[in-house]
Design a protein around this ligand. Sequence first.
Ligand SMILES: [Zn+2]
Length: 311
Amino acid sequence: MTDRSTLIRRVLSVSSGLILLGIILYLRGGRAAEPIPTVREIAPGVFSRQLQYRSANQTFVVFDDYVVVFDPGEVVEVRGLMDAIRARTDRPVRYVVSSHFHPDHAAGASVFEMEGAGISAGAGGRFSYEGWARNLFLRRVEEEETGFSPLQYPRFTFIDQPLILDDGNQRMEIRHYGHGHTTGDLIAWLPKHGVLLVSDVSNNGPLNLANANIASWIDVLRQLLELPVQTVVPGHGERGGRELLEMNSRFLTEMLALVGDMVTRGMSYEDVLAEIEIPFHEQWTGVEVRANSTNVLMAFRAVGGRLDKEN
Ligand SMILES: [Zn+2]
């Protein structure tokens, strides 16, 4: 039997250990003290749901008679979005717009389809939606507990014309500006509020160039900067203003120029990957450019670089 003072000492030592653990966990949480996801009304009737960086941000816009969702999101995030909508309005979700085929933006759309919404996607991305993205969805729902069945891959309607929604109070212009992050990128502009839903054409953090046309992407950003943009909702990370478009453009421009110069000097892909540094990118995102070898390879190819085995 333990005597009383030993017991008290043990309780104290366990509780001080727990307090220390709590402090460490709190400090490791850093500036993420604000709970995520957050849902903010960033303009009248325009709600942005921000998630952890690995998940795409979701937006919904409340019109007089219906709701429009831009980027329904990943299968495990879409129900949270639906709850957020239902907490604010009982109007039906009529349109769901998928910015591009990457599953963190598009795969959950069928939840809204079952409620009668039409799912729109850019025609340029059709091949990827019906191939790579569908296959990944089927594999995931068979191997993981997503709550989805294989039959629930969304039925996208592919549009090759701008989709303009205007009821006199809200106006939403959904357009394809060119091949940026992917071939079929759709971007939504809300001119009454100066709000741009840009998806992964501008992230507030590391970019993914795996399906990009970098030179065309820079041109897309040039076009977007001609709009009187006040608020940018990025594909991932915190909202910002026009500077987000400028930072994404600066990174892509520096990347292309630097890798172009290296290739002109005859450097191989391996050497480019070993030497590339863009201090601006590291300051902005906290990540070294070379940490994403696919991005470096895409830039290498974009400036005409060829791998050794291709020469
Ligand atoms: Zn993406």
